[in-house]
Design a protein around this ligand. Structure first.
Ligand SMILES: *Cc1c(COP(=O)(O)O)cnc(C)c1O
Length: 390
């Protein structure tokens, strides 16, 4: 555990790495096997078990890669349209463009900050092929409405689950829901942090088979199979023009221990979120939405929206927090506010009133399992002081 003094800068995010993670990585380093191998395979098996079995887990080197592979496997290609939201990271839309398809952007539900199913329905055309919902901050989207609508219209659903580990809807974990695939991120600041990495999860064996093929150059079997089998073989065959998206064992080792600690890490994040909720109840801000009954929030982000009565505006608030030694972030600068996306698809803020309004007032506060009590207390005291100042 990293040691920090109480008056040190409180970073927006810090990973929670114990001796167990270090030992597992060292074990990989000493084993002589650095790239995709036994650790990645164990990670896939344990990840699928975590989600309740009945799914296949395909380890990849990023969620961006996983989204690309999932969309490719469901057959998205040139000329297709894929509906998603601008209230996300650029990777969500990028993966659609990699395949020559056109992202069609819709607004969010202002309560949940997740894609609005009614807007999705309004955006469908004969060319629509898939929907990519984003479980914003760790709160599940309205998957029931999206799945129902997708089924009726023959569309694939590929969940951007980068924030959703572990998230539940109606008692079921994201990854085990009714969709073609869910893609998780193991990026450095995600709830399961391996530096880089991700997991594509699907209940469809054809999608899993295609993703496994395409994640490593379209080769019919991976290097670990070729060189570690009881009868090693130099033979392999190329079946497609694939990609280089496999997860190295060094990262898989780290991810494996983080996966085994998932509930412990969530409890710690939830305790921080609950302290924030209690401490901010009387402040001029909107707290993050709570999950429905039988739902579970992963607490990847604690994203609040400052009310107009707050003593300072959002930009000034972040400056003052930084001066007080506390890092904050904004989720997200929506895609319609970025040069490429707005120019290419003629997007304006007026087209996404809810996403844009969240953007203008929102700020994400530090929230991670390795925060100390006194760090949480310092964030609370500082936020209260800044927002209530006369
Ligand atoms: C982090 C993130 C991604 C990309 O994840 P990588 O593993 O870094 O590729 C995609 N979508 C969302 C919403 C994210 O937050």
């Amino acid at each position: 555990m990293s040691v920090q003094t109480d008056d040190a800068f409180i970073y927006f995010y810090r990973p929670d790495i114990t001796e167990a993670e270090i030992e597992e990585v060292v074990h990989s380093l000493r084993s002589g096997w650095l790239t995709t191998g036994p650790k990645a395979r164990t990670l896939e098996a344990e990840f699928a078990d975590f989600l309740g079995g009945d799914v296949e887990a395909v380890a990849v080197n990023s969620a961006t890669a996983g989204l690309h592979l999932a969309l490719e496997a469901v057959g998205v290609g040139a000329g297709d349209e894929v509906i998603t939201t601008t209230h996300t990271f650029t990777a969500t839309a990028e993966a659609i463009c990699y395949l020559g398809a056109t992202p069609v952007f819709v607004d969010i539900d202002p309560e949940t900050v997740c894609i609005d199913p009614a807007c999705v329905e309004a955006a469908i055309t004969p060319r629509t092929r898939a929907i990519v919902p984003v479980h914003f901050g760790g709160l599940g989207c309205d998957m029931e409405a999206l799945s129902r609508f997708a089924k009726r219209n023959g569309l694939a659903v590929v969940e951007d689950a980068a924030h959703a580990f572990p998230t539940k809807l109606d008692g079921r974990l994201v990854g085990a829901l009714d969709s073609e695939a869910s893609v998780f991120s193991f990026y450095a600041n995600k709830t399961l942090a391996a530096g880089e990495g991700g997991m594509l999860v699907t209940r469809n064996p054809e999608i899993a088979r295609r993703a496994r093929l395409m994640r490593l150059h379209g080769i019919d079997r991976d290097a670990f199979n070729r060189f570690s089998a009881t009868k090693p073989s130099w033979r392999y065959d190329i079946l497609a023009v694939g990609y280089k998206y496999n997860l190295p064992d060094v990262a898989a080792a780290l991810a494996l221990v983080q996966l085994r600690r998932a509930w412990e890490l969530l409890e710690k994040r939830r305790a921080v979120a609950e302290r924030y909720d209690r401490a901010f109840a009387d402040l001029p801000l909107v707290r993050p939405p709570q999950p429905e009954a039988n739902g579970l929030h992963s607490w990847h982000l604690y994203n609040v929206r400052l009310a107009t009565e707050a003593a300072v505006d959002r930009d000034r608030f972040i400056e003052l927090m930084s001066e007080a030694g506390i890092g904050c972030s904004v989720h997200y600068i929506p895609l319609h506010r970025h040069t490429y996306w707005s120019d290419k698809y003629s997007l304006t803020p007026e087209m996404f009133p809810h996403s844009d309004s969240v953007f203008r007032s929102c700020v994400s506060l530090p929230l991670y399992s390795s925060m100390t009590d006194s760090q949480v207390e310092r964030v609370i005291v500082t936020v209260r002081k800044l927002l209530l100042k006369a």
